[in-house]
Write a protein that binds this ligand. Structure first.
Ligand SMILES: *[C@@H]1O[C@H](CO)[C@@H](O)[C@H](O)[C@H]1NC(C)=O
Ligand SMILES: *[C@@H]1O[C@H](CO)[C@@H](O)[C@H](O)[C@H]1NC(C)=O
Ligand SMILES: *[C@@H]1O[C@H](CO)[C@@H](O)[C@H](O)[C@H]1NC(C)=O
Ligand SMILES: *[C@@H]1O[C@H](CO)[C@@H](O)[C@H](O)[C@H]1NC(C)=O
Ligand SMILES: *[C@@H]1O[C@H](CO)[C@@H](O)[C@H](O)[C@H]1NC(C)=O
Ligand SMILES: *[C@@H]1O[C@H](CO)[C@@H](O)[C@H](O)[C@H]1NC(C)=O
Ligand SMILES: *[C@@H]1O[C@H](CO)[C@@H](O)[C@H](O)[C@H]1NC(C)=O
Ligand SMILES: *[C@@H]1O[C@H](CO)[C@@H](O)[C@H](O)[C@H]1NC(C)=O
Ligand SMILES: *[C@@H]1O[C@H](CO)[C@@H](O)[C@H](O)[C@H]1NC(C)=O
Ligand SMILES: *[C@@H]1O[C@H](CO)[C@@H](O)[C@H](O)[C@H]1NC(C)=O
Ligand SMILES: *[C@@H]1O[C@H](CO)[C@@H](O)[C@H](O)[C@H]1NC(C)=O
Length: 502
């Protein structure tokens, strides 16, 4: 009874039922409140009184709750709380009857933490105020709740700096401050929180560099710093965080090299460094991260070779290296990554041939190699990629024929081969791709006529064949393409008329 965790019921319809029960005569039989719980109750009421009186507070049935009016009859003249706070909304207690948990997540409360008397909760281990409308600074006094294990005040409108005093909460395992408007630097002292397992500071306006001291947090499994304004180098000490499973530093302004000892983080499942200013080589040590499922280094200024031992990362589902300055050949080892669903190498300077063993990646949904300097033939093995939904090889220097077995890729929605040096016939097999919505083959040297089979592409919205050497008459069957909104056929040697209904 003492640890009824009714906080989870805040907005549920049976909320009321619980409180009716609590307010039944039985509650009077609770052990009389200790002086600690008395202090705690008063502290909670004081804070509640400071909150904006919105309707969320109706759900926060803390003493004196209106429906308890009869029960508290005798104390009407004495507002001293007689009930322990242990049964209040979102509050639960330890066996000694002292508050150990406050969970008011998603309760709609609005106000500040200034009147929250952290000193009054010596046994609080768990404080979840996430997803409310709390604003203004995080008080430095937060360090008084020294037994805190779990602190979540994410998704509020808190501002100001992260108080360095937070680092005195030595038993914290979870610190969630994400999606507020916190600014200033990440305090160095955060490196003292040696028990931290999860650190969530993303989606704020933190600037300055990532403190080296974070490398002391060797129990961390989740480190989220994305979507801030962090700059400077990624500290090499990050390589000490051997328990990390997710490391997300994306969408900041980090520069310099990717530290080589990132290769120590062998438990990583997810590594996001995208949308920064990182430059230099992708370290070959990345090939040690054998647990990686998702590697995203896009939107940086990385250059040089894609390290061939990236082919060791056989659990990868997603590999984004696009929008960098990568050059040289695509390593054939990429063909080992048989779990890949999404491979994006576009907007780089990779050259040479598309490795034929890309045809091993039979789980691929998305293959973007566009906007590079790839040359030679489109390998016929691409016809093995039967799960492909989106294939973009445009803006390269690919030549020769479009392989007819591209007609096997019957799930394709988007096929971009435009702006290459492709020549010869458009294979009639493209007419098999009944799911195609967007087909762009312009800016090539394709010749002969438009295949009549295109009439079967009934989902087609965009068809671009412009700037080729197509000849013959425009097939009247194209009038079947009822969903076509864009048709560009100019700069060819076509004759005849567009079908009347287009
Ligand atoms: C706090 O309450 C919310 C629901 O209101 C719940 O989703 C969350 O899991 C709770 N926190 C914990 C750790 O019990
Ligand atoms: C208080 O008690 C009176 C009489 O016992 C009852 O009519 C009334 O509804 C009660 N009020 C509340 C809020 O429970
Ligand atoms: C409330 O007070 C009235 C008179 O002050 C009394 O008659 C009644 O019994 C009290 N109710 C309870 C539940 O103590
Ligand atoms: C932290 O936790 C440990 C073990 O769980 C305990 O011995 C210690 O007293 C706690 N520290 C504080 C400040 O509560
Ligand atoms: C924590 O990290 C800092 C900076 O890397 C280092 O100087 C310090 O010795 C570390 N402290 C401990 C206790 O490991
Ligand atoms: C990002 O960092 C570069 C230097 O590395 C600096 O010139 C630039 O102003 C920074 N941009 C932002 C938005 O902070
Ligand atoms: C990116 O790298 C190229 C050379 O590799 C350099 O010329 C360019 O200035 C760099 N851009 C940025 C934004 O750092
Ligand atoms: C494209 O390939 C042709 C040969 O197919 C070659 O002559 C030309 O230099 C290449 N262009 C570029 C920009 O690489
Ligand atoms: C189309 O181009 C190919 C190769 O470029 C050539 O062999 C063939 O004769 C051309 N066909 C027509 C009809 O122009
Ligand atoms: C369209 O597809 C049907 C079978 O789905 C086939 O019989 C027909 O020949 C195709 N039409 C053209 C013009 O290729
Ligand atoms: C045309 O598009 C609409 C909606 O965009 C879709 O519901 C419909 O199935 C399409 N028609 C054909 C023939 O594909």
């Amino acid at each position: 009874m003492t640890s009824l965790s009714s906080g989870k019921l805040c907005f549920l319809p049976y909320c009321l039922v619980i409180f009716m029960y609590v307010s039944s005569p039985n509650w009077v039989a609770f052990p009389s409140a200790t002086s600690t719980s008395d202090t705690e109750a008063k502290a909670l009421l004081k804070w509640k009184a400071s909150l904006f009186p919105n309707k969320a507070l109706n759900h926060l049935t803390w003493y004196p709750p209106t429906h308890n009016i009869n029960a508290t009859n005798s104390s009407n003249t004495n507002p001293k709380p007689r009930t322990s706070p242990c049964t209040w909304t979102g509050v639960s207690c330890n066996s000694a009857g002292s508050v150990s948990t406050i969970n008011l997540s998603t309760c709609g409360i609005q106000g500040t933490l200034h009147e929250f008397s952290f000193l009054s909760f010596p046994n609080l281990e768990y404080l979840d105020l996430s997803f409310n409308k709390l604003f203004d600074a995080i008080p430095a006094q937060i360090n008084y709740v020294s037994k805190l294990h779990y602190l979540d005040i994410s998704i509020n409108q808190l501002s100001g700096r992260i108080p360095p005093e937070i680092s005195l909460l030595r038993n914290l395992t979870y610190l969630g401050l994400y999606k507020n408007t916190l600014l200033g630097e990440i305090p160095n002292e955060i490196g003292n929180l040696k028990s931290l397992v999860g650190l969530y500071l993303q989606k704020n306006q933190l600037h300055g560099s990532i403190p080296r001291s974070l490398g002391n947090l060797t129990s961390l499994t989740h480190l989220y710093l994305y979507d801030n304004k962090l700059s400077g180098l990624i500290p090499k000490e990050i390589g000490n965080l051997k328990s990390l499973v997710i490391l997300d530093l994306s969408a900041n302004n980090l520069s310099g090299l990717i530290p080589l000892n990132i290769g120590n983080l062998i438990n990583l499942n997810i590594l996001y460094l995208y949308s920064n200013q990182l430059f230099g080589l992708i370290p070959k040590e990345i090939g040690s991260l054998k647990s990686l499922m998702d590697l995203e280094l896009s939107y940086n200024n990385l250059s040089g070779l894609i390290p061939p031992n990236i082919g060791n990362l056989i659990k990868l589902n997603t590999l984004y290296l696009h929008s960098n300055q990568l050059s040289d050949l695509i390593p054939k080892e990429i063909g080992n990554l048989k779990s890949l669903v999404d491979l994006e190498l576009s907007y780089n300077n990779v050259n040479g041939l598309i490795p034929p063993n890309i045809g091993n990646l039979i789980k691929l949904n998305t293959l973007y190699l566009h906007s590079n300097q790839l040359s030679g033939l489109i390998p016929k093995e691409i016809g093995n990629l039967k799960s492909l939904v989106d294939l973009e090889l445009s803006l390269n220097n690919l030549s020769g024929l479009i392989p007819p077995n591209i007609g096997n890729l019957i799930k394709l929605n988007t096929l971009y081969l435009h702006s290459n040096q492709l020549s010869g016939l458009i294979p009639k097999e493209i007419g098999n791709l009944k799911s195609l919505v967007d087909l762009e083959l312009g800016e090539n040297q394709l010749n002969d006529s438009i295949p009549a089979s295109f009439a079967n592409l009934s989902n087609l919205d965009i068809l671009i064949l412009r700037n080729n050497q197509l000849s013959g008459s425009i097939p009247q069957e194209l009038e079947n393409l009822k969903n076509l909104t864009k048709l560009y056929l100019d700069t060819n040697q076509l004759s005849g008329y567009l079908p009347p209904n287009i």
